[in-house]
Design a protein around this ligand. Structure first.
Ligand code: AMP
Ligand code: MG
Length: 413
């Protein structure tokens, strides 16, 4: 049984860092959440031209540098420059232009006097205090020079990056194709939520939960339904899955029960099996395998998750999500976020495996606190997993953590 951190490293090492996930060009309007696949450079400086950071008057510094309340300077206003207007006149000595925030500085000027330090009468403006040289001027290219790298490859595009790309008029962006993730549920006892439940049957919640997790991880779920515990049908389903997807997630059938065929079938289909069990609770039976593909494609990754819904979710968060992040082209930040926090309840474990207990975190007086979900923490209880945003981690060998003590917390939101 592999320790969790070794399993995580082994899984990440199956995906080369500079990898060949196919790329595509998509409209900026559809790019939120996607991973940039090439560095982007803008064609224009930013700011595009010298402009004013305030409402006021654009002046020549030399005209006003010595003025003060006792010795004000009066200038002739030769032009009004509202937003979006291109100045038509060159401001000469003794002149000024009325200017509004964001507007272009007219030729001849180098400094803005804010309107609070002026008095206007007709086409004359009196400057009551000397500004600093270049005051309130945003210079062309002050923040960005055309042609330099604006955004590097391997970052996720969220609102700030989208704003930057829009400003640089990058209306079409190169991104990695989302990994396709096939999902199959194995078990004779399973029915889909739309079907009536017969005695002894279990509703296939994993299909839905895993599809949701895959979507949230920025990948494309491909739900392939319920496959009975029948070796031939299972083999066919897995073959179809590995032929169409970048990653396959199956749940169920990976423990040592009589009906657990998955590992054997994987071997028959030519998989290299890397992991059969991980020392975590919930989640011990976890199969990780890979199937070689043509040389220009990464191997297909196969995760045989435990059938138990709680175990399936926890193993997804702990092991599948980092793999999906790396596979999706993110250059860094694949691992889950672990933080130190204080538990508000006593926590227990059998000490044999790294134990994950579900609950919620919040901040109180600057301290991260963990609130254990109320009710049973048996892996058979799916219900109290709702609203989970964090898992408390109890290391191997430790059986008890008292309320008030500090623990490792894995963030899952
Ligand atoms: P298994 O790993 O196949 O031995 O399944 C472990 C437990 O999880 C059994 O009680 C199964 O009925 C249940 N289970 C397996 N697959 C699913 C699923 N897709 N949705 C909900 N429960 C499942
Ligand atoms: Mg089963």
């Amino acid at each position: 049984m592999l320790p969790a951190n070794q399993a995580e490293q082994l899984i990440l090492d199956l995906i080369p860092a500079a990898h060949s996930q196919p790329q595509e060009e998509i409209p900026l309007s559809a790019a939120v959440g996607r991973i940039l696949s090439a560095p982007v450079a803008g064609k224009a400086d930013f700011p595009y031209w010298d402009n004013s950071a305030m409402d006021g008057y654009a002046v020549r510094y030399a005209d006003v540098q010595h003025c003060c309340a006792d010795q004000p300077v009066t200038l002739t206003v030769v032009e009004e420059i509202p937003a979006g207007y291109s100045p038509q006149k060159t401001v000469q000595s003794g002149e000024a232009a009325r200017i509004l925030t964001g507007s272009m500085l007219p030729p001849g000027t180098d400094t803005i006097v804010i309107q609070e330090e002026t008095q206007r009468e007709g086409d004359r403006v009196t400057i009551l205090a000397a500004p600093k040289y270049h005051a309130f001027v945003r210079h062309r290219a002050e923040f960005y020079q055309a042609g330099q790298t604006l955004l590097p490859a391997g970052i996720r595009l969220t609102a700030p990056e989208i704003a930057v790309l829009a400003t640089a008029q990058c209306v079409s962006v190169p991104v990695y194709r989302r990994p396709k993730v096939a999902i199959l549920s194995t078990g004779n006892e399973l029915v889909s939520p739309e079907q009536p439940l017969q005695p002894g049957q279990i509703v296939d919640s994993n299909q839905y939960a895993l599809a949701a997790l895959v979507t949230l991880a920025g990948a494309d779920p491909l739900p392939l339904g319920i496959i009975p515990d029948h070796p031939e049908q299972l083999k066919q389903a897995i073959f179809q899955a590995i032929s169409t997807a970048d990653v396959v997630l199956s749940s169920g059938g990976v423990s040592v029960g009589d009906y657990d065929y998955v590992d054997r079938i994987l071997a028959e289909l030519g998989a290299e099996i890397h992991i059969r069990a991980v020392a975590v609770k919930p989640g011990k039976p976890l199969t990780v395998a890979s199937f070689a593909r043509s040389s220009d494609l990464l191997p297909t990754l196969y995760f045989g998750l435990p059938g138990n819904p709680v175990s399936a979710l926890v193993t997804f968060w702990r092991f599948v999500q980092p793999a999906l992040r790396k596979l999706s082209g993110l250059a860094a930040g694949w691992q889950p976020t672990f933080r130190q926090g204080q538990t508000l309840q006593d926590l227990r474990s059998d000490g044999k495996r790294e134990t994950y207990l579900w609950g919620r975190t919040h901040r109180s007086n600057g301290q991260l606190q963990f609130q254990l979900a109320v009710g049973s923490h048996s892996s058979g209880n799916l219900i109290n997993l709702a609203q989970t945003n964090a898992l408390a981690v109890i290391p191997i060998g430790q059986t008890f953590v008292a309320a008030g003590e500090m623990i490792q917390i894995m963030q899952v939101d």
